[in-house]
Design a protein around this ligand. Structure first.
Ligand code: NAD
Length: 445
């Protein structure tokens, strides 16, 4: 069977039948799947090697997002999440995106940023000049601290000096950009920071401060885009064009308002975090990077935006533009290192996905994030618009049922609240209001 992420009716079959299907479609071993997923895959003894003071383990649901296609390749994407509807939302939006050809994604080189803080610097520009003049020597020192990584084609690539604050702060920070290949890279980069710090302090005539990675790894970004034809976005009550308008409106709202942007980004992190956890990666690192990146312009902004593609002419006919979504964020994911090779479910996830590199994994995780975002903005746009439509519609139903004056609003409100916007419901509401007011008059209220 060729690898596929399309399983119509998947939600209707049993857990065991789903495992069998996914095992067959992805090549993931069914025995391994059973071992990794029964009871969460991690026994207390192994967990005791992960963290401290262990009492046991804590399980979360492990589902798969279906229909995901990125750069022409299908992925069955593992998601670990406790919130209902996140997995279904990712799968249904990925199906809409499939109708537009699937997600297109690109990823930067896996460059992590190592920060070396130097304090007590009396002449920052002289210090910066001296450090830059010794760049080759410092990068060489950095590479010596990460021999295994260099042997795999990674290593220190560049160096920058930043002067922080005002001269009286006497503080500079050196960034070393390290290609971490398929590792998330935190430990590698921290090791490098410690190995080069003394020499840098000497060159700066200052004192070594902090030596640690930055989670704002903005040289390791992933960009995902998708196009969705209007026809597949239509609902029972709204045309695809109206839904596109609603989604673009939702995007503009997030672009203009950090209160909305926070929730917009939470919706897309629903997908990204779930894939990050399922593959044994550090989701706090991904979250920290995402939100710092979202605020990089000095204003907290949405990580994704939605627009309508301009209409075009094809064979002499006007063709309406599709919905276009774009997402960009830093993504420090690994397929090696950390604890991810030790957790049986994380190993299974990587096998099921069939990703070759950490960059490929980042593209898939970001695509799922964009899918969750699409699902959320589409639901918000359509429900919101529908509710508006229904409120208007309810007033005319109330009038048709015989309500007049102030009674129109009251009857309309009652049938909207009862989610029963019919002539019969409106007549019942009128009768109820009439008998209530008769009762009030009779009792002298
Ligand atoms: P790691 O320490 O396990 O290093 C990766 C190892 O994998 C290296 O020894 C490397 O040589 C080897 N390797 C094998 N094949 C490789 C390949 N193809 N590409 C790259 N390396 C390869 O792990 P890490 O990625 O340096 O650190 C990740 C861990 O650090 C995570 O568990 C994370 O939670 C933790 N951490 C995070 C932070 C933070 O985000 N602020 C801080 C400290 C630690």
């Amino acid at each position: 069977m060729t690898y596929t992420s399309r399983f119509p009716g998947f939600y209707k079959i049993s857990v065991l039948e789903r495992r069998a299907l996914v095992s067959e479609a992805t090549g993931a071993d069914s025995d391994e799947m059973e071992r990794a997923l029964e009871g969460g895959g991690l026994d207390a003894e192994t967990a005791d090697k992960f963290v401290e003071n262990v009492l046991g383990t804590y399980s979360l649901p492990y589902g798969v997002a279906l229909n995901v296609r990125v750069n022409g390749k299908d992925y069955v994407v593992p998601m670990v999440v406790e919130e209902p509807s996140v997995v279904a939302a990712a799968s249904s939006a990925a199906k809409l995106v499939r109708a537009g050809g699937g997600f297109r994604a690109e990823v930067d080189s896996p460059l992590m940023t190592s920060q070396i803080q130097i304090t007590g610097v009396t002449n920052a520009s002289a210090a910066a000049g001296n450090i830059l003049a010794h760049k080759a020597e410092i990068l060489h020192l950095a590479d010596r601290a990460a021999g295994g990584l260099v042997a795999r084609g990674g290593g220190a690539r560049d160096l920058e000096v930043r002067v922080l604050g005002v001269p009286s702060d006497r503080m500079i920070v050196v960034h070393i950009y390290v290609d971490c290949r398929d590792a998330m890279g935190a430990n590698l980069v921290n090791g490098i920071a410690e190995a080069v710090a003394d020499r840098i302090a000497e060159l700066a005539n200052g004192v070594v401060g902090l030596r640690i990675l930055s989670n704002l790894c903005d040289r390791r970004c992933v960009r995902v885009a998708c196009k969705v034809p209007a026809a597949v976005l239509a609902t029972d009550d709204l045309s695809g064009e109206q839904v596109i308008d609603g989604i673009v409106n939702a995007s503009r709202f997030a672009e203009l308002d950090p209160y909305r942007a926070a929730t917009h980004n939470k919706g897309l992190m629903n997908g990204i975090d779930a894939v990050t956890i399922a593959t044994g990666n550090d989701w706090r690192a991904v979250e920290a990077g995402a939100h710092a990146f979202a605020a990089r312009g000095g204003h907290y902004a949405p990580l994704s935006t939605w627009r309508r593609e301009p209409a075009r002419r094809e064979n002499g006919v006007n063709v309406d533009g599709m919905l276009i979504g774009r997402l960009e964020l830093p993504m420090a994911l690994g397929t090696v290192g950390g604890t991810l090779r030790v957790h049986p479910a994380a190993r299974l996830s990587l096998r099921m996905l069939g990703v070759e590199t950490a960059g490929e994994l980042a593209q898939v995780a970001a695509a799922v994030g964009l899918a969750n975002n699409l699902s959320a903005v589409r639901a918000l746009a359509t429900d919101g618009i529908q509710r508006g439509h229904m409120a208007l519609h309810a007033r005319s139903v109330a009038v048709a049922a015989g309500a007049g004056g102030a009674m129109v609003e009251r009857v309309a409100r009652m049938i909207v609240e009862a989610r029963d916007i019919t002539l019969e419901a409106a007549k019942r509401a009128i009768d109820l209001l009439a008998s209530a007011s008769e009762g009030a008059t009779a009792s002298g209220d």
